[in-house]
Design a protein around this ligand. Structure first.
Ligand code: ZN
Length: 347
């Protein structure tokens, strides 16, 4: 079912050389490379001009790497510049030890978001009211909107109910990665089994009880979470690295998933009318092996070939749809809008 590719003519399908212990970095970069709306934005000639003017160094490194991966004609490349950028902006990754791909993904999104904010600020100088108008429309917890927050940021609403006086409070919180605890007492469960507890009503007791602002007493509190604004791109992180007593362990529960995900059960009533409900899987980060001796690979769907590929550093092979689901899945990336053939100049 799986075959190694001989002739290389697949834009966006490019292995990444690994000179050290950087498989976690390569796996994350492959997920970024297959996020079509992000790639289109970064490789658009207008964006590139803006990035140069605003001196967005982080984003420009991504641009150069994505250009190689989408427009280069070789089956792999060396992400040397991206790696030295990573080590300079996130010094905690400047060593040869195995790191957490999910943590890196989140920090890279933040770094890219912060860098891209310079473009908006520059524009604010030249055409002030135009940008202020846009900012009001895309107000988020991150303050300023960029392609990163536009694609990846979602929000929850929490409703708490005082069990004594029924007083309700509403709060919201934004997120870019949804970290899901996985059941430990069973060997197999579905992704829905991981999502449901996150959105189930829970009763806060003991030290978790909240102080009610109406009756001014600390009584048992009911807590319900809804997805208020589902993100355009949903990143699910399966919390495989946990603790058993004092020991750190890797949880090996086989979490089953399909390429389609329906979130309608978890949406708030206002979100149900307008927002994304159905998602399609387009990338997976796998973690193989043990807690400290593991290896990361990425499985990504390519919109041109309409097939999946497995990226194991510089080695790339096509993968049958049936082999995407595996017990090694660690981070799952879904999009609610189907990716089209990317509009990249020169493609
Ligand atoms: Zn109360």
């Amino acid at each position: 079912m799986e075959k190694r590719l001989e002739v290389w003519d697949r834009p966006g399908v490019c292995g990444l050389d690994n000179s050290g212990n950087f498989c976690y970095f390569n796996a994350v970069l492959q997920c970024v490379c297959s996020t079509v709306p992000l790639v289109e934005y970064l490789l658009h000639p207008d964006t590139r001009k803006e990035l140069a003017r605003a001196k967005c160094q982080v984003a420009q490194v991504f641009v150069r790497l994505l250009e190689q991966m989408w427009l280069g004609r070789s089956s792999s490349c060396a992400p040397v510049e991206a790696r030295s950028l990573l080590c300079s902006i996130l010094p905690q990754f400047n060593n040869d030890s195995q790191q957490d791909a999910q943590e890196l993904l989140l920090l890279l999104f933040n770094a890219l978001h912060d860098d891209l904010k310079k473009v908006g600020r520059r524009k604010t100088h030249s055409s002030k009211h135009l940008i202020q108008d846009q900012d009001r429309k895309c107000a988020t917890g991150l303050g300023e909107s960029t392609i990163v927050s536009k694609l990846f940021e979602g929000s929850f609403s929490y409703v708490t109910v005082c069990m004594r006086c029924d007083h309700k409070t509403h709060n919201t919180q934004t997120f870019t990665v949804l970290s899901l605890p996985i059941p430990t007492h069973i060997s197999k469960c579905s992704i829905q089994d991981c999502l449901s507890p996150f959105f189930e009503q829970t009763l806060l007791t003991g030290a978790e009880r909240m102080l009610c602002s109406a009756c001014e007493l600390r009584k048992e509190t009911a807590l319900v979470t809804f997805l208020d604004k589902p993100p355009e791109i949903l990143v699910l992180h399966l919390k495989r690295f946990g603790c058993k007593g004092k020991n750190q362990v890797k949880l090996r529960t086989n979490v089953t998933f399909t390429t389609e995900l329906d979130l309608s059960l978890f949406l708030s009533s206002s979100a149900q009318k307008t927002s994304c409900t159905f998602y399609r899987l387009y990338a997976v980060v796998n973690h193989i092996g043990h807690l400290n001796m593991g290896h990361y690979t990425a499985l990504c769907h390519n919109t041109l070939t309409r097939t999946w590929h497995c990226f194991d550093d510089s080695a790339v092979r096509e993968l049958h749809d049936n082999h995407v689901q595996s017990p090694d899945a660690y981070v799952l990336l879904y999009s609610c809008k189907p990716f089209r053939k990317p509009k990249i100049p020169g493609l």
